[in-house]
Design a protein around this ligand. Structure first.
Ligand code: SAH
Length: 266
């Protein structure tokens, strides 16, 4: 009997942001293959008998190459196992979930996708930044700051012309060049800009500035990946929205609870 694979989004940080369906998948899994950005509380939800494999990818450092991850999914499914591939945020937002789904299709393995809350939206919300706002952002664009080697450079001139919110993932190693390119191609230097590191996690950090100064402030505070770069008027909302949002309370609770996942009530 062939098994099946569930590509599950864990959401960003706070473990209680996973969907009910995603959590049920973890609890029923025979094999759990998870990434670095998944919080440990969710791994603990798997049964003791579940085989847990950390494929812990990091930027510029992929301990298990993608081909091997695909192979792991296929092999365990062929052995008849219920395999959960757990990823941070949403599996199809820069998570290479699309590639994994294609590999499963090519090998005739049954699979389901269980969407998650992407850090690009939910992570910003935890930092008090609404990704759209009727007054100042009628659209948002989620882009990668890091293209595959050999690909054309990111089209910053095009992004600089957009009016809405720009959310840049995997951009921290290039932040100075990104901000400079956006200004060079027409974004006003005083456009509000922010960096949110470990969004929705107990150790969340936020810097709000403008595009002219953001990179310098990030350098001074030594903020690194994983972080979101946000460019647009909504970044300025952080100062009033972060500390009144009840999510903040949840983050504080995480600092004091050892077993937070199931105790939260939103
Ligand atoms: N599938 C994920 C994104 C994977 S790409 C999602 O939907 O959120 C990995 C990049 O996402 C990181 O380099 C970082 O830019 C961003 N990221 C993911 N989770 C994050 C978090 N909790 N805080 C800040 N950035 C995060």
């Amino acid at each position: 009997m062939k098994g099946k694979v569930w590509l599950v989004g864990a959401g960003p940080g706070d473990p209680s942001l996973i969907t009910v369906k995603g959590l049920n998948c973890i609890r029923n899994a025979d094999v759990l293959i998870y990434d670095r950005l998944v919080c440990p509380e969710l791994i603990e939800e798997a049964s003791p008998a579940c085989c847990k494999i950390n494929v812990g990818k990091q930027p510029n450092y992929h301990p298990i190459p993608q081909d091997e991850i695909n192979q792991l999914l296929i092999e365990h499914a062929k052995l008849g196992k219920k395999v959960v591939r757990l990823k941070g945020g949403d599996p199809y937002v820069f998570g290479r979930g699309g590639e994994e789904a294609e590999a499963l299709y090519e090998h005739s393995i049954a699979f389901e996708v269980v969407p998650g809350i992407t850090s690009a939206i939910g992570g910003l919300a935890y930092a008090g930044i609404p990704v759209t706002h009727r007054d100042c952002a009628a659209s948002f664009h989620v882009v990668t700051g890091h293209l595959r080697a050999g690909k054309d450079p990111v089209d910053w001139p095009q992004y600089a012309r957009l009016d809405g919110t720009l959310v840049i993932l995997m951009g921290m190693s290039q932040i100075e060049a990104i901000c400079a390119a956006l200004i060079e191609h027409g974004k006003s230097a005083d456009t509000p800009a922010a960096v949110v590191r470990y969004a929705a996690c107990a150790n969340q950090e936020v810097i709000v500035s403008d595009i002219a100064n953001l990179a310098q402030e990030v350098k001074q505070k030594n903020l690194r990946s994983p972080a979101l770069i946000v460019i647009g008027q909504v970044a300025a909302k952080h100062s009033i929205l972060e500390f009144t949002a009840t999510n903040q309370v949840i983050i504080e609770q995480q600092l004091t609870h050892n077993n937070p996942a199931v105790e939260y009530s939103l």
